[in-house]
Design a protein around this ligand. Structure first.
Ligand code: FAD
Length: 391
């Protein structure tokens, strides 16, 4: 009874070009090279200070509807520690819950979960639904699907948001089948329309368009989200009700023989500044000037897909949809056009800076600060001015 094919309970309501996500301030280096480069350096420095703590104050939106059931966020965890992307999704779902004028709840499945419950409150949950699965401390698809399905049937949430981890994505799909509802995968934007419907937007058609999808009739609405796109709320001193459910006699067909932690870390993930270089660099040797700039700034170099495909840079430095999703304080895109597949991988950056000689390049629609100019003029000038300023 696990797999059934049915007409999808979800419905695409809108397909449109990727949205503009940032308001760019742009200067033209052809008018004033030194002035625009100094301005850019001041913006880079500004972006590096006051950024270590989670940014800003959350502004609660005016509700557009009143929904009676809670919005849940599934907390993915291992060995008693919550995966940080779950906390980012709590941030995204907080706004949805406020727009729907309802409670934001975390759902935690597992054994020995007190620490995870505390963390969920700290990052914005109003209440926690805790499914205590004795003997299943860590994720097991069979047992967790059964436990979560039970909790859903008992408490009828309006929607469940899952982080984009592989376990949570798997759990979302198996649970959607058990409770007969729709699943909208890999979302990057959420909104609530005037009718109170959740609008979930995801890249589609290989990322050339985005689709906005609704789940009109079935509940809960289930969405999985792309990692690194959303920001967690600043941690707060908060507590709430815990609704505990002891779930016994769970069955599983899975026998875990060994657990191996993946040691490989992608250095792009940990960088404070990433400099992305694209086809505008013309050839492999020219990447050297970007590396010089990276050394000056303490940045890590990433590349667009064509450069990785041509073997000009290692594949694990590719930024974007089929590469790494990054979330540095500052991302500087140099000679990169800003294709949607690239943009979805950089949206988690606090500030995006673009250097491109084509004023109509899409990257300028999706950056915070931009310089229109030839990278072979602007980058050497940046290096020179950084050197002079630090002298
Ligand atoms: P181009 O689009 O060729 O842009 C080069 C830019 O450099 C232009 O804007 C140009 O104005 C500028 N330029 C040229 N000369 C100069 C100069 N002298 N000074 C300043 N600027 C200059 N792409 C990714 O990056 N990451 C992914 O993960 C990814 N995944 C994909 C998955 C799928 C399924 C598909 C279909 C595509 C994917 N792509 C991905 C490819 C993506 O669609 C684009 O083709 C790619 O991002 C373009 O790379 P680019 O910006 O370096 O090159």
């Amino acid at each position: 009874s696990m797999i059934g094919l049915a007409a999808s309970p979800t419905k695409v309501i809108r397909v449109r070009p990727p949205p503009k996500m940032r308001n760019a301030e742009i200067k033209n280096a052809n008018d004033d090279l030194k002035g625009s480069v100094d301005w850019l350096i001041s913006k880079i420095k500004e972006s590096m200070t006051g950024m270590k703590t989670s940014s800003g104050v959350y502004e609660k939106p005016e509700p557009v509807t009143k929904v009676d059931h809670d919005i849940w966020v599934y907390m993915d965890h291992y060995d008693g520690n919550v995966n940080s992307t779950s906390l980012e999704i709590l941030g995204a779902a907080r706004r949805v819950a406020d727009l729907m004028n309802t409670k934001l709840a975390a759902v935690v499945i597992g054994d020995e979960i007190d620490n995870i419950i505390d963390t969920a409150f700290k990052y914005g949950a109003d209440r926690v639904y805790a499914g205590v699965t004795e003997g299943y401390k860590n994720y097991d698809n069979d047992a967790y699907t059964e436990a979560l399905s039970l909790m859903i049937k008992k408490y009828s949430p309006e929607a469940i948001f899952y982080p984009g981890t592989s376990n949570a994505r798997e759990l979302a799909s198996t649970t959607a089948i058990q409770v007969n509802t729709g699943l909208i995968a890999d979302c990057i934007i959420f909104d609530v329309d005037e009718k109170g419907q959740l609008l979930s937007t995801r890249p589609d058609f290989g990322g050339k368009e985005t689709s906005t999808i609704i789940c009109p009739n079935n509940r809960p609405i289930m969405v999985t989200t792309r990692s690194g796109v959303f920001s967690a709320m600043p941690p707060m001193d908060k507590k709430g009700d815990v609704i505990k459910e002891d779930i016994k006699d769970l069955k599983t067909r899975i026998k875990l023989l060994e657990y191996k932690k993946l040691e490989k870390r992608n250095i792009l993930n940990d960088a404070d500044i990433v400099i992305g270089v694209g086809r505008g660099i013309v050839n492999r040797d020219n990447i050297g000037i970007v590396e010089d700039l990276a050394n000056r700034l303490g940045a890590v170099v990433g590349v667009s897909k064509p450069l990785a495909d041509m073997g000009w840079y290692p594949k694990d430095r590719q930024v974007g949809q089929t590469g790494t999703t990054i979330h540095p304080n500052v991302y500087i895109a140099i000679g990169i056009s800003g294709a949607i597949q690239h943009l979805v991988g950089i949206q988690g950056s606090k500030k995006i800076i673009a250097i491109n000689n084509d004023p109509s390049a899409p990257i300028f629609e999706n950056c915070d600060y931009g310089i229109v100019g030839d990278l072979f003029t602007v980058v050497p000038e940046l290096i020179k001015r950084l050197g002079e300023q630090n002298a």
